[in-house]
Ligand binder design. Sequence first.
Ligand code: ATP
Ligand code: MG
Length: 320
Amino acid sequence: MNDVVLTGDRPTGPLHLGHYFGSLANRVELQGRLPLYVLVADYQVITDRDVPGEIRRHTTGLVLDQLATGIDPARATIFQHSAIPELNQLLLPFLSLVSVAELGRNPTVKDEIAHSSQRAVSGLMFTYPVHQAADILFCKGTLVPVGKDQLPHLEVARLVARRFNERYGPVFPLPEAMMGAQPLLKGLDGGKMSKSRGNAIALSATEDETAALIRKARTDSERLITFDEERRPEVANLLTLGGLCLGRTPRELAEEIGDGGAATLKRVVTEAVNEFLRPIRKRRAELSEADARRVLAEGNERARERAARTLEEVRSAMGF
Ligand code: ATP
Ligand code: MG
């Protein structure tokens, strides 16, 4: 089978270490071997807030973060929801394939409603997993590098593909999630590291900002550093972060720090993160907004052509 990789992020803020270890590293690793589509999910920004906010700045930033991490626009198609009407049109037939009860049961939607800044839950919040099915299926994506929070959405995409094929004949392959080294990296407050929750270390943060964030992270007063997720979740989280950046297990790192206490732990993790991000930050500083705009314009054109072909196939299968 010819695999196609699709993945994306919302332009709600800068990409962070959770993105890197959850999904970005796999994108870079797969590009070149397989067709890779990277979506800037701009319409999804308004699922959990009333207005899109600084959407242009975040869109440009998202593209630059990916280029800095090693996504090569000659081998990957980076594109935006709002530039691909044919992709969005797939939402109509796809919505007819799922029930309201199925949409209401989605655990990730429930979690996002809990963190939403909207006064009332919008219809878009309930239907966005189906929109994501359109994101994946428009290019017949089969491999989707995502974090753990996305697994319920992948089930919706598979359901939509399966039901479409059953009703109208075989059009879509069933996509599969591809998890990274850390399917759910926690932020400095212990919850999922998220752009919109103020608990993230951005790939583009400065060394001083990174140090300040890690300095503020909660720890405990035990001198001996051990990796114990149950009893010492805050310490375990810092060990995980440092370990990922150093290519070591959190336990190995704990043994190295030994009885150095929280101060040593924070110093080691700060150095590890800053060292790890140095080449990414250096490349990012060499890129300009014009680079991002050019990459998006080219990607939008390619993605739109791909979406038009799929929409035509869908209409024809449905007998329109
Ligand atoms: P927001 O708070 O605005 O929702 P986010 O940080 O959750 O932002 P998304 O754009 O929603 O980021 O997610 C983009 C991709 O990154 C998804 O595949 C998601 O699963 C993955 N991802 C996001 N946060 C993490 C994390 N903490 N650990 C692992 N993967 C993550
Ligand atoms: Mg999110």
